[in-house]
Write a protein that binds this ligand. Structure first.
Ligand code: PNS
Length: 161
């Protein structure tokens, strides 16, 4: 039986930490779906279409990575897609509590689904989408922390050079 994994998130925007986890997941599982949550934030910086376009472009060379969107409960989406594994990244101990709660709640909701935690390369262990947006908006450099396409889009959005 082939293993289908889902890597869910808001991806507003996709960071190199996400890319690192997805690339590792693509080596570990037969297929991995990058599942972007619709309406995760009331006012996302990137529209859903932009987030799908970015992820599709970044992973176009990895044939076992699919990009999709989902609404509602993650476990319901997993059931519809017949996926067995939720992949989540763990950067630091501070991530643990929330991730632990989600993993156990998802297990309670559907005991057949397993959550697998993966650690990104250490150079990405401190970055998050929220921090990227904050640093960029305040004029800081995010080069190397996000895919080039995300950096370009950030410049477009804030009309910086
Ligand atoms: O990128 P994020 O914000 O860390 O991703 C969080 C996400 C999308 C994985 C989580 O909010 C989620 O699964 N939402 C879908 C609704 C759901 O199933 N909630 C119960 C989770 S225990």
């Amino acid at each position: 039986m082939s293993t289908l994994a889902v890597y869910p998130g808001s991806f507003d925007p996709l960071t190199n930490g996400h890319v690192d986890i997805i690339t590792r997941g693509a080596r570990l599982f037969d297929r991995i779906i990058v599942a972007i949550l619709v309406n995760a934030e009331k006012a996302p910086l990137f529209t859903m279409d932009e987030r799908v376009e970015i992820a599709t472009s970044v992973f176009e060379s990895l044939p076992n990575v699919e990009v999709d969107t989902f609404e509602g409960l993650l476990v319901d989406y997993m059931e519809r897609r017949r996926a067995q594994v939720i992949v989540r990244g763990l950067r630091a101990v501070s991530d643990f509590e929330f991730e632990f709660q989600m993993a156990l709640m998802n297990r309670r909701l559907n005991g057949k689904i397993e959550t697998v935690f993966m650690m990104p390369a250490e150079q990405y262990s401190y970055i998050s989408s929220r921090l990227i947006k904050e640093v960029f908006v305040l004029g800081g450099r995010v080069h190397g922390l996000v895919p080039d396409m995300v950096e370009d889009r950030l410049h477009d959005k804030f009309r910086q050079t």
